[in-house]
Each structure stands twice: as C-alpha cells, then as structure tokens.
Design a binder for this molecule. Structure first.
Ligand code: RIB
Length: 309
C-alpha cells in the first residue's frame, strides 16, 4: 500500500480550562485560584502537536463543535503544521472541554466529551483511504470505542501500524487487542485494564505478559519518575526516567506517546526511541500546560546531549 502520511491521529480535541491552586479544594469549599490558562488540549490533539513539533508529517481526524473553541483548535493544529482537512465541524453540539486543576505538581482533569462523542464510524468513514495511506494510526480512548475498533481493523488490513494509548482506560475487547501493534499506557491505566495492582517491577512484567497474551504485539508501560518498562519485539527492558522538577504533569502521557511514534517513524532503535519519548515527556512536565509545554526537536536533541546523573 502506498504510504504518504507518517502518522494519522484519530482522536479528541478539547479546549483545556486550567486553574492553578495551592491545594485541591475540599467538597463544598470555594477556593481562589492563583492563575487561569486556556489552551488547546485533548489527548489526540496533544499527541498530534507533539509529533508535528518534532518535525513529523501528521494528519488529524476528529470532530469539533461549530463554536469559537472549535475554530481555535483547528486553527492551532494548522498553525502547528498538522493536516486538518479531515476534522468535521458539527452543528448543535459543543466542542470538547477539559476542566483542569493543577496544584503542587499534580493535577485533576474532568472532561466534557462534547463533539468528541460524535466521532462515530459513520462520520469517520471518509478517513478509510487516509488510514490506508498512513504508516502509523495513532488513537486514544476519548472518542467512541466502536470507532477505534473499526479504524484499527482497516489499519490492520492495510499494513498500517496501530498505536493505541488507552486513555482514559475502558475495557478493551479481544478484537481490538489483536489489532494493536504498540500499546502505550501508564501503570494506572494498565491496572484498570487488567484489574490487578502494581506493587513491584515483577507485577509490571506480568502485566506486559498479560497484554501480549491478549494479542498485543508490543507494550510500553510508563512509570512516572521510575521510567518506562517495555517489551518490544519479544524483549522486556526498562529505561530510567530523566530527573526533572515537575511543574505540571498534564499531558505527560501524550508527550511520551507522540515522541515514541515520531521516533518509530524515524527508524530509531527501540532503546533510543524510548529515551527520546521520555525526554519529550520530561521537558513537557517542567512547564505549565499540556500542549503549550511540548518541545521542539532541537530542544529534545539538546536535552539528550546534556550530561545527567
Ligand atoms: O492528557 C491531558 C489531556 O487530557 C488534556 O489536554 C485534556 O484535554 C484531557 O483530554
């Protein structure tokens, strides 16, 4: 199959409304914020921009509402050199929103799906050819799961690599597991999908084996400041995290996933790709915001070239 798109992201677009506080409010309490930020978000959107900032050739398919947030999100993707012609603007529904609270290096997110919930198979059928022409189809779980399963089945028969970041985690069926070439998730998502708790490294290795048993070909489990554990083409490995001061962890998973997809399309060997993705995430969490914090390729190269202990 002729491939002229490196990565197609089929996923969500949100406007992130973030307030920074000193702590989390108690139930019933009104707490004043220290700062407010409005920025483009949604895991699909963030991953597409992560790849584009690194220099990747990326197209986006998804849905926004016919409102000013929708317009801003599409314009922002275009500004970041992401192909936007397969984003649908829908009437009578709001663009997706995420209400984010950042406090002392941690966050909570409440999302309103809005137009993302209308990203159905029927609406996305026009993307069939696009999926076939992509080297990687990258998806998350902020759009209907049936659409994810359908798109993965097209990718599978077209020799398009399926990368799934199952966030937020919902149970996956065998058909979808069997279509996943690379599963990228954090340990909480892995726990949720498999219904087991991670207490030590051995549990993580066990979870990787369980995903492989389900038919997934390669698995990356991100472990925050403990690094990343992965099985790629049959070998389980672990790489340490970069030691950085966390300012805002929002979007760290998307930064890692985008960085990994970019590295895979550039033919990096897997250890280098894991380190590259970790560096993208490490830089992102030292700054406020999800998308606004994403680094350029030059910043990542500089970061990787800086000696660390
Ligand atoms: O992972 C961070 C993202 O999750 C935010 O941008 C927000 O929109 C939610 O989708």
């Amino acid at each position: 199959m002729y491939k002229d798109i490196d990565i197609l992201v089929l996923g969500s677009l949100d406007m992130d409304l973030t307030v920074e506080t000193d702590r989390r409010p108690y139930p019933g309490e009104t707490l004043k914020s220290r700062a407010f930020y409005k920025s483009p978000g949604g895991k699909g959107n963030n991953q597409a921009v992560a790849i584009a900032r690194l220099g990747g050739n990326v197209a986006f398919a998804g849905c926004v509402g016919r409102d000013s947030y929708g317009e801003q999100l599409v314009a922002n993707l275009a500004k970041n050199n992401v192909r936007t012609s397969d984003i649908l603007t829908l009437d009578n529904i709001d663009t997706g929103l995420a209400f984010i609270n950042v406090f002392r290096g941690q966050n909570t997110i409440i999302s309103y799906q809005g137009a993302n919930s209308q990203c159905t198979i029927e609406r996305m059928r026009h993307c069939e050819g696009l999926i076939e022409r992509a080297t990687i189809l990258l998806m998350q779980l902020e759009i209907p799961i049936d659409t994810v399963i359908w798109a993965a089945s097209i990718a599978r028969r077209s020799d398009t690599m399926v990368v799934l970041n199952p966030s937020p985690a919902v149970p996956l069926d065998d058909e979808l597991y069997g279509s996943i070439d690379v599963l990228v998730l954090n340990k909480f998502e892995a726990q949720e999908l498999l219904g087991m708790e991670v207490k030590e490294d051995a549990d993580c290795e066990k979870m990787i084996a369980m995903f492989l048993d389900q038919g997934v070909k390669n698995v990356f489990i991100t472990l925050g400041d403990k690094g990343v554990m992965y099985n790629y083409k049959g070998t389980v490995k672990r790489r340490p995290a970069y030691n950085v001061k966390v300012v805002d962890p929002t979007g760290a998973g998307s930064a890692f996933t985008g960085g990994l997809c970019y590295a895979l399309t550039r033919g990096m060997d897997i250890d280098r790709a894991a380190d590259y993705a970790s560096a993208v995430a490490a830089i992102a969490i030292t700054r406020m915001g999800a998308q606004s914090a994403l680094p350029s390729a030059m910043e990542v190269e500089r970061f990787l070239a800086t000696p660390r202990n």
